[in-house]
Write a protein that binds this ligand. Structure first.
Ligand code: A3P
Length: 303
């Protein structure tokens, strides 16, 4: 099945999820050819759940001894360029990209659902950090994102009501949302050393705790000296929405030179913006869905 999601952005039903047609070739090649290394780190997210933030945090945590923050590559390079989407940026351009030159540990991003990951990711000791977000804010963030990408010329399905109807049926990029989050939630309970399951709202609420948690998970914990020197605070501040949004590269640059404007990845960066958009009946509808889909799993979201 194929549906029109936004102009020039169709979704195809593929292995039980809605795959953006522009990425299908990259995704198939990634599934077929990618050979994970034990040292690899996969940053996996549902779209618009804080991928940009997670990429900045993990890159900065891992490279903290290599250079000071003022000379971090993130000052001049957008996080998505530094930590590419493996399927959309690397495989989509080339069936077998040369990944040899990547500094180790290699860090890659993807939005792929757990059930569709290449086998080598599951069969090696490579680690996964998964990040998701409450579905109300995720929906609003995605809606704004597509409006920005599409410009004002958007025809077809695009009003809040129309897109809402679709997401309630599970039709959205890499959706249904529920299957995506539950796939990683269940796997993280089964393989806690392999998969770290994070939520955007938690990262916002207690960022220092999660910066340390990520470092521990990646087996590069902060030393006592680093903690005393305030390294955790510095990293958290450096990767914060305010700081990242205001870096010159993210204010004015474009991804890979001619891609989307980098500032598209930095909008509001808050929890609860849905309150400015959702009608009471939309809220009721989504809450009912949340209850129905998540109750048994024990997975909950703050909103
Ligand atoms: P909003 O649209 O709600 O502002 P992704 O990176 O997965 O595409 O998600 C984008 C969302 O994360 C946007 O949410 C964006 O503003 C927010 N975001 C980007 N960088 C962030 C940061 N450093 N801290 C917190 N939120 C951030």
């Amino acid at each position: 099945a194929r549906v029109k999601y936004w102009d020039h952005y169709d979704l195809l039903q593929y292995q039980g999820f809605w795959c953006p047609s522009v990425f299908i070739h990259g995704i198939i090649a990634f599934q077929k050819h990618f050979q994970a290394l034990d040292s690899d780190i996969m940053l996996i997210t549902f779209p618009k759940s804080g991928t940009t933030w997670l990429k900045a945090l993990v890159y900065t945590i891992l490279n903290r001894t290599r250079h000071g923050l003022e000379s971090s590559p993130l000052v001049t390079i957008n996080p998505h360029e530094l930590v590419p989407f493996i399927d959309a940026h690397l495989y989509v351009q080339n069936q077998s990209p040369d990944l040899e030159g990547f500094p180790t540990p290699r860090i890659f991003g993807t939005h792929m659902p757990y059930a569709s990951l290449p086998h080598s990711i599951l069969n090696t000791n490579c680690r996964i950090i998964y990040l998701c977000r409450n579905p109300l804010d995720q929906f609003i963030s995605e809606w704004h994102f597509f409006h920005r990408v599409q410009g004002t010329q958007t025809k077809g399905i695009h009003t809040l009501d129309e897109v809402f109807e679709m997401i309630c049926q599970g039709i959205q990029s890499f959706g249904p949302f529920w299957e995506h989050v539950l796939g990683y939630w269940k796997a993280s309970l089964e393989y806690p050393n392999k998969i770290l399951f994070l939520k955007y709202e938690d990262l916002k609420e207690d960022n220092l705790f999660y910066v340390k948690k990520i470092a521990n998970f990646l087996r590069c914990p902060f030393s006592k000296e680093e903690e005393i020197q305030g390294v955790v605070e510095e990293i958290s501040k450096f990767c914060s929405f305010e700081n990242m949004k205001n870096l010159e590269v993210n204010k004015s640059g474009r991804l890979m030179g001619n891609g989307p404007e980098n500032n598209i990845y930095f909008r509001k960066g808050e929890v609860g913006d849905w309150k400015n958009y959702l009608t009471p009946s939309m809220l009721e509808c989504l809450e009912k869905l949340m209850e129905e889909k998540l109750a048994e799993s024990g997975l909950t979201f703050k909103k």
